[in-house]
Design a protein around this ligand. Sequence first.
Ligand SMILES: [Zn+2]
Length: 502
Amino acid sequence: MKMEESTLEIKSLKTIKEGQAEICLKTDKVFYNPVQEFNRDLSIAVLSVFTEEFIAEKLALKQKKTQNVNSNINNDNNQIPVTILEALSATGLRSIRYAKEVPNISKIIANDLSKDAVNTIQENIIHNNVQNIIETSHDDACMLMYKHKHPMERFTVIDLDPYGCPSIFLDSAVQSVQDGGLLLVTATDMAVLAGNSPETCYSKYGAISLKTKCCHEMALRILLQCIESHANRYGRYTVPMLSISADFYIRVFVKVYSGAIHCKKTTSKLSMVYQCVGCDNITLQPLGGFKDNPTERNPGQMKAYLPTGPAVGERCTNCNQKHHLGGPIWSAPIHDEVFVSKVLTHVQEHPDLFGTAKRLDGVLSMVREELMDAPLYYILDKMFGRVHCETMPMLVMRLEADPVASHILSQDTKTVIDLSERADANPVSRRDGRLRFQFNPTPYWGPGSRAAINVGDDKMSKAIKNQNKHKNKERRQGKREHSPRSDEETRKIHAKTDDENI
Ligand SMILES: [Zn+2]
């Protein structure tokens, strides 16, 4: 193995170090993106918390089942295997980092369709000495996942980080994750998801995207509903743990469970989105509802129902314009607050483990501050722009603290507002196109220097003495042969001298 390592180092084009992994690349054909370090760090933080929880849950379940059998399974993590599939592995960097940095992993499969990529992964597995955990696979990602859809063959974690749209992998992925397992999905086709091409978004994700200031959150919610719809086809459903938009991509972490009854709740987690074409006001129209329906036999029974609509009138109540219709989007919470807090705590307790610890800390803190029950949002500059007003700073908008402003603004307007054009607003001079403004400054613009009437002879002779001083100096130094401007200046000074002598 030592022989192989040294050969690898000689041949490698470049070496990449990230986290505890070191990757040698022999060819430029294998894709490595350094900007995604944050994505990988975040995934490692999430998986570290997830695997610990997953093992504890499964152990508790196992213990419950074997209550009468005397066993010591309590602290034996080996009894709960944790397997990860990295379906589109490229360099293998992510798998190698998972193997070295996420505790309690039993096995990782690093798959890629490219033979070159698989060879690189294999070499790097040996280079990083993780052959006991990682296996390589040279296969079509979907085919590989379909081979693992049997409940006994499923993975605990599947990580999908494709270049572009992940939707073609979702059908196989949702079938191949264990119950309570985690699916990690990245999407980088932001133009499609953010409303530049709503029809393409529909063909790929089954939802219409809209151009709005909150398009990145909407992109997350479109991806989440897309994963859910794939899962529902197989009697499975998802629970989002963390969803973020960063740099040029979005990334979601969802748990996948089986349960046909829970699939009935899906429509109550989805909404269509009405967006006013005038003022961008957003109104959600839920696709379904789910309410308590207790009976004598079953007091905890719940029932699905159809909500009524539409949620908006024909015209917007704010600006009298019509609406666009987008969605469906995932309108239920996109994070699990408790889980996010645990991941944040993990990062804060181990900042040395992550190259991007500061950013992780910031992003996760912000996620925790989000309002979980208020999908989408508005941006002040757009709202103020619509009414042609200067934008207020965000903090000033919080008016409750300012009794004067809040009182003034709480009054009904007593002035009659007339927005028709006033005839006298366009004065005759302007209408006739008269020359109303001054000329633009020309060279030597300005009042000029003060007339030196009482200049004494001494001073004047000094001025004459200094004529061409620079020019002569430069000529001596061979810098400049001739300057017409200097002659011009000379003439001016002569003229001035003559005038003043008179
Ligand atoms: Zn409107």
